[in-house]
Design a protein around this ligand. Structure first.
Ligand code: PMV
Length: 318
């Protein structure tokens, strides 16, 4: 039996992080330049049903049955087996490889879950649909992050730009004009679970103040959806700046992120903001196509440990 590989892209949030946890909209896009892959192949000479999972990036090499019930990768395997209704699979190996930076707000955990579900279900002859894969990845995200909004698993499972409201059907975005983006890693690990818990604590202490901030972020996201559908890039840039100011008011920014954002704006970006949980991880800048190289250089000079450029293509027929 040949090797079957399940793949999934990284992701980046353009607008609406944190507010999305409280029912406001957010916008996210897949980032295809980075990806997670799960190679699934038969294991020879091991007892039937043995599933060995290897993920060198996190120093994991174990039999799934020996991993705790709430282990995220083992959970992705178990939930996939339940979804395809196979309790006694042939013995097999799952090898995970990923170029998505870990704990940097680019969806590495959701991408690994999606890659496992895709690869394993296809290997077993019952390829799961995107909605099924999305549901499994969401269950695993709960183990990672406690109370995730679900945006990561959606954008990664569907591999499309999305407008997302928690617990509502996902909406694929219409993009009028292709846009160019530069993503830069601050080098600080983003503790999403902690920033989300911290924002919740503050919200519970001062609900009206935080509700107003979340609503303002939701309104920026709505206007950004319109700007994307009209191809109004200057407006989109201004909205990124507005969103960043609101994230600073939520206290999820950091000096390093703000230095990178300033460097990108000074080098000609139309706008820039942190992306994801914040207090580290990545920032993203909207680049006029002829300024992309300048912006990348300015971000490296300002201390970015890694940059990725990505293009969001115009929707078909837009
Ligand atoms: O750090 P990331 O990219 O996983 O993003 C977290 C986004 C939050 O809105 C802060 C949390 C969530 O579950 O949506």
């Amino acid at each position: 039996m040949p090797v079957i590989s399940g793949k999934a892209p990284g992701k980046i949030i353009l607008f609406g992080e944190h507010a999305v946890v409280y029912g406001h909209p957010a916008i996210a896009i897949p980032v295809n330049k980075v990806k997670a892959t799960a190679h699934v192949f038969p294991s020879i000479g091991t007892p039937p049903g043995a599933i060995r999972i290897q993920a060198p990036d996190i120093e994991l090499d174990a039999d799934v049955t020996n991993l705790p019930q709430d282990h995220p990768l083992a959970s992705a395997v178990r939930l996939t087996l339940a979804a395809v209704e196979i309790s006694q699979p042939p013995s097999l190996n799952i090898q995970i490889a990923s170029s998505i930076p870990l704990a940097a707000g680019m969806g590495s955990s959701a991408a690994i879950s999606v890659a496992i579900c895709r690869g394993l279900s296809a290997f077993l002859g019952h390829p799961l649909t995107n909605p099924q894969i999305n549901q499994i990845a969401f269950e695993v995200e709960k183990i990672h992050h406690g109370t995730p909004s679900g945006i990561d698993n959606h954008v990664i499972a569907y591999e499309q730009p999305i407008y997302f409201i928690k617990d509502e059907p996902v909406e694929l975005l219409t993009i009028k004009t292709s846009t160019h983006w530069v993503i830069a890693d601050s080098g600080e690990k983003t503790p999403t679970r902690e920033t989300v818990a911290d924002v919740r604590k503050r919200y519970l202490a001062e609900p009206q103040h935080y509700q107003a901030l979340f609503e303002a972020i939701g309104s920026v996201t709505e206007r950004a959806r319109l700007a994307l559908s009209e191809g109004d890039l200057p407006a989109l840039g201004i909205l990124m700046k507005e969103n960043q100011a609101l994230l600073e008011a939520l206290d999820v920014s950091s000096t390093r992120l703000e230095n990178l954002i300033h460097a990108a704006n000074t080098a000609g970006a139309l706008g820039a903001k942190l992306s994801g949980g914040g207090r580290g991880g990545n920032m993203i800048a909207l680049a006029p196509p002829d300024q992309t190289d300048n912006i990348v250089q300015a971000l490296k000079d300002a201390g970015a440990v890694h940059t990725i450029t990505t293009r969001l293509n115009q929707s078909e027929g837009a």
